[in-house]
Design a protein around this ligand. Sequence first.
Ligand code: HXC
Length: 256
Amino acid sequence: MEKPIIVERQGRVVIVRLNRPAARNALNSEIMLALGNELAPLDRDPGVGCFVITGSDKAFAAGADIKEMAEKSFSEMYNDDFFAGWDRFAALRTPKIAAVSGYALGGGCELAMMCDIIFAADTAMFGQPEIKLGVIPGMGGSQRLTRLVGKAKAMDLILTGRMMDATEAERCGLVARIVPAERLMAEAFQAAETIAGYGKAATTAAREAVDRALEVGQREGILFERRLFHALFATADQKEGMAAFVEKRSPNFEGK
Ligand code: HXC
């Protein structure tokens, strides 16, 4: 049987490819479990500095697996807390780049938004079409999309179910970079290597601080940032980074 995800480590970067191309990478329980189980140990590995999550050329992921969900009852969904496994993915502390080519719809768009940065191929299409199925986003889409792009665009996408292309997605702040499709993985890998080259405490603190901006008021957020900034002076990487600058050499961060 084909593996639901293909995990390949290249130095400090881990590339994770969703592997149901014939089903447009529809996100079934196997994919959810595999991501949770296989990425957790890598997340704890100090030698891993960044994940790149990607799909196929045609689809990053076309959403939750509709065929798996279609016949479920309310109590099955509720009692199993269906989709709760995705919270494990969202909670990974290592920086995650989503490299999106083709469709990122429903749960696929939500998976991309659980990552820290989204790079889009010029072929990418984003959308939350759940309304067409008689439901609404269920993996955080109504919350994350609204925080990322604002109410106007989020309501437009979620209520009409339409797709937006990479240009619109970049314009409204969902996407960090648009890249020609054939360069997508090279560009995502290069950014991942850059991130993975920094001290892990610093990248973790940077993620936490930026994410905090979406959660709390500015005064609390700035206080949180200041405390993390101060705390980083307890790390060897801060000493190394600043000494390297003063000595006009490249730093060698050891994640300590
Ligand atoms: C299950 C899916 C699927 C999905 C595609 N497939 N998306 N199977 N769940 N989400 C399957 C198709 O059934 C088909 O299987 C095969 O993949 C190829 O799909 P096609 O439609 O033939 O491909 P194409 O014409 O290229 O169109 C691609 C597409 C379309 C635009 C992405 O497949 C599509 O609209 N998919 C559904 C998108 C969607 O509604 N996503 C939201 C899901 S709900 P066969 O066996 O025929 O080859 C969701 C909810 C989150 O994410 C929480 C809510 C509770």
